[in-house]
Design a protein. Structure first.
Lengths: 133, 510
């Protein structure tokens, strides 16, 4: 079982790492969606198999993932809001849409910066060590 | 609490009263004023209000209006009674008096006058479970009102005012016995059909109002005019009234003015006034009456309060409501729920006014936030309060100023979850006064939202009791209110933080 957990976690971590690099390159809606999915899957894996990781290590990783999820969530919320408001016939030049686009730009920039920081810090390698993979 | 003002333009005097009304409590009088103008004298003599009394009336009305305007009243009613009902130059009088008062003056019928008197008496001294007979002797007319168990049953208005009778019967001073007899006969003739209609027996309480009754009670109890508060609800026997009448009927004006409790102007018309009161007591075979200080003005204030006049200024205008409802539709908010929350929020805003002391304009912002607090669900149910904030803050909302829109958005932001904090940019960008308004309205919005949990039709009404150390909400509901109680408890902490007292929810009995 432990071997399975290690290989499953390593695969999800690898996938997360790939999506993180993609987001650092471009924080478009597609990349953010993929990143959020990879974060959610890795986070659930850590929670479900928590007893197979060194004590408390999984909690710290989940906490860090949660922070990145917040960055991605802020950008994703703006994408959804802009799309829904368009469907609700709110003019694209309205103050609301303009403000949301500005917020989306800022949130995307924040996410890209955060992703790059994590890549520079080689976060995947650190987590592999921490989780004893 | 709402403040109201009333002016009663009588045939003998003009009275003004301004009061603050707290539901379930006697009105708190903020100002009262009275001026003898004898409008009726010229009307009963010549058929029209002559120039001099009209000029005096306008000047008195202007003074009284200036007085009540300083008190921020939300509802005003100015009424004219008997003399103006009979005058030939009504149009001129109404135009000039309305201009002086700054508000339309209306001529009320004798029955409306009686209804207001009854309301005034009942609001200050409820007569639950009793059959009551009330007489109000004015300058031009006397109103006789029959009530039962707090409800007006029948009312009569007769031309038996003190000024009118003096003009018609008592020319000499002291009055001639022959003229007194004629006057008494006339009074009996006017009262006879009322006695036949209402009957002499079965009355639990007889109440006399008006300045005539006040003067009679003061004179009999030997209480000076300055201490008239002491005679409210005083019992006076028919024998005492008869003795007083016999005494004053023989005196001239100077003699009558010497009697303790009767003012110098009242002394001029006290004889016909007491004659009406005495004949009323005799014709109905009544042993005594109680004096009540209430009058038309108290009735007007009770009437304005019962109709919730002025509450509309704390509610959205038609255009504003149309705008927020359109936003609700655009963002998929169930309108029925939004309207219900807005209604409950309005009720709570009014009921909690003694605690928050915010102006009516704050009620409008609260109502708008009550409509719009859930628009954020349109974007995402996760942290929907935050989505509500930016949706409202950046939407075009005709009818609202930029600041109002930001305040509504901020209220939406805090309708759930965390209270405002030092790291919250939206809240910190408000000025001190706006922060205070938002902070005071947040618990009310949360309560209103909580009380409409589950079935949107469960809560039919909310009444509020403000105790020294607690606020109790009585919820009128068809079914159980467990869900509403649970929801209100969840919002209770915010209420306690802001208002320094807990809030509890109980089910009101139908």
């Amino acid at each position: 079982m432990r071997q399975f957990v290690q290989s499953e976690t390593a695969a999800l971590l690898e996938k997360f790492s790939t999506k993180l690099e993609a987001t650092a390159d471009s924080a478009d809606a597609h990349a953010i969606h993929d990143l959020r999915v990879s974060i959610r899957r890795l986070s659930r894996c850590l929670r479900v198999f928590s007893e197979y990781y060194p004590r408390h290590s999984w909690k710290k990783v989940r906490k860090q993932l949660s922070k990145l999820m917040d960055y991605a969530g802020a950008a994703r919320d703006c994408d959804i809001a802009i799309e829904l408001l368009g469907e609700a016939k709110v003019s694209a030049s309205s103050s609301l849409i303009v403000t949301l686009q500005k917020r989306r730009q800022e949130a995307g920039d924040d996410l890209q910066k955060a992703s790059q920081r994590w890549i520079d810090a080689d976060i995947a390698k650190k987590w592999r060590k921490k989780l004893d993979l | 609490m709402p403040r109201y003002a009333a002016i009663d333009i009588g045939s003998n005097s003009i009275r003004m009263e301004a009061a603050e009304v707290v539901p379930g409590q006697p009105a708190r009088i903020l100002a009262s004023d009275r001026e003898v103008t004898r409008l009726g004298e010229s009307v009963f003599r010549t058929g029209i209000v002559s120039e001099e009394p009209l000029r005096i009336t306008c000047s008195v009305l202007a003074r009284m209006a200036a007085h009540f305007r300083r008190l921020d009243v939300v509802g005003v009613r100015v009424v004219a009674t008997s003399a103006i009902r009979d005058t030939g130059n009504q149009r001129e009088f109404l135009a000039r008096a309305s201009e002086a008062a700054g508000t339309p003056v209306e001529i009320i019928s004798g029955r409306e006058e009686a209804r207001l008197i009854y309301l005034g008496v009942e609001s200050g001294w409820p007569q639950a479970g009793k059959r009551t007979l009330i007489i109000d002797i004015g300058g031009g007319s006397a109103e006789i009102i029959a009530g039962e168990n707090g409800h007006l049953r029948e009312a009569f208005s007769k031309p038996l005012g003190a000024v009118r009778l003096r003009e018609n019967f008592l020319v000499e001073d002291p009055p001639e016995p022959r003229r007194l007899n004629q006057m008494q006969q006339y009074i009996r003739e006017k009262l006879a059909p009322i006695v036949t209609r209402l009957g002499r027996t079965g009355w639990d309480r007889i109440i006399a109002t008006s300045a005539t009754a006040s003067a009679v009670a003061s004179a009999i109890a030997r209480i000076p005019r300055g201490q008239r508060e002491d005679i409210d609800r005083l019992r006076i026997s028919t024998t005492q009234v008869r003795k007083l009448y016999e005494r004053i009927a023989e005196l001239n004006l100077i003699g009558r003015r010497r009697i303790t409790g009767i003012g110098p102007r009242r002394a001029e018309i006290i004889v016909p006034g007491v004659a009406v009161l005495l004949e009323f007591l005799k014709e109905f075979s009544l042993p005594a009456f109680f004096y009540s200080r209430a009058g038309v003005r108290d009735g007007i204030i009770a009437d304005l309060a019962s109709r919730n006049v002025g509450a509309e200024i704390s509610r959205l205008s038609r255009e504003q409501r149309a705008e927020v409802e359109a936003m609700c539709r655009r963002y998929g908010v169930p309108l029925e729920h939004a309207r219900k929350v807005a209604h409950i929020a309005g009720l709570l805003f009014g009921a909690l006014e003694p605690l928050h002391s915010q102006p009516p304009s704050a009620g409008r912002l609260l109502e708008a936030a009550a409509y719009l607090h859930d628009v954020g669900h349109f974007v995402s149910s996760v942290s929907h309060h935050k989505h509500s904030y930016y949706l409202v803050a950046h939407s075009d909302m005709p009818g609202f100023t930029d600041r109002e829109r930001v305040l509504v958005a901020t209220l939406c932001r805090y309708h759930r979850k965390a209270m405002p904090g030092t790291t919250h940019g939206a809240y910190q960008s408000l000025n001190a006064e706006e922060k205070r308004l938002v902070m005071l309205m947040i618990p009310i919005l949360r309560l209103a939202d909580g009380l409409n949990r589950g079935n949107g039709n469960a809560v039919q009404g909310v009444a509020c009791r403000l105790l020294d150390d607690e606020v109790v909400l009585h919820v009128l509901s068809q079914g159980g209110i467990d869900l509403q109680q649970w929801a209100a408890e969840r919002t209770g902490e915010a209420f306690r933080q802001v208002y320094s007292r807990p809030v509890s929810v109980t089910q009101a009995r139908n």
